[in-house]
Design a protein around this ligand. Sequence first.
Ligand SMILES: [Zn+2]
Length: 338
Amino acid sequence: MNHRPNPTALRGARALTAQSIAHPRWRHTVCLAMLACAAFANSPALAQRDYTDLPVVKEGKTIKISPHVYVIPDENRRGVPNVGIVVGSRATLIIDPGMGLKSGQAVLREAAKVSKGGELYLVTTHIHPEHTTGELAFPPHTKIVRAVEQQRDIQEAGMKWVAEFSARSAELADLLKEVKGFREPTETFDREKTLDLGGVRIRLIWLGHGHTLGDTAIFIEGDAVVFSGDLAMKKAFPAYTAPQSSVDKWLASLDAMAALHPSQVVGAHYGMGDASIISAYREFLTSLRARVVALKAQGKSSDETAVTLRNEFAAKYPDWDQPLRVHLLATRAYSQLP
Ligand SMILES: [Zn+2]
């Protein structure tokens, strides 16, 4: 165990990343428009999002949101997460290091500005490449802590996700080209793990199977901040990406996060806010479930139900992004509910 301050590790590959990010190659606009259209064509909320540059985490944007917690906001850029930096007296924790080596390098340089040195921990809210693959930039001594189910996600589908993202454009393929696999965790946990960073305690709580098998919430106890991953995001419909996902499991994860009584909620994407981000998801999923049960009881087919509810909820939540996601949520609920 090395408890000595080690700020040089955080400063890592500063020169390389600064040069890469400034390079005009990363400023192409076409690829991200394609990325957006491929997945979310016809989304009325598309104009709200910024697709004009590659999803590399930006530097110089870090904000402090509580005594120990900093966030590099995603600024509404697709493929970029809200990155968390939690600073204790003897260790620093990074939450979701962004996509690709260059994002990870940018995150490390931002962390070096606020860290007090010591150990470096890395935790990811879920498997998807924009949350995980920045890990490549992290020094070998980094303590990577993962839920067992997130490790299972990685083993079963990790590189499939990287390949799927890489196939979206030449620029994304370039951004992910160094990713040949996922790093082995230093430590895994089943349901919950507590970290003491020195003056600040963190609870890592496995809450799958909602967005993925390995969904993990990170609660910074004294600061009452929760990083909710894709399980609760501000004004964006939720997405299933694992066959095991269900409305009931997702609702249970929202109950667990609400029980923490967070004063601030940082979703993996979109804006930050208070616990109403969690209750809004609860309200949406509860009413979706009730409508699926009702339409099924009326003899509607799965497809009819999905189309009806997609339109219904897009109208009910006009400022929520990605309404097409409701189709899969409704289809899945139809097959799982009475
Ligand atoms: Zn995701």
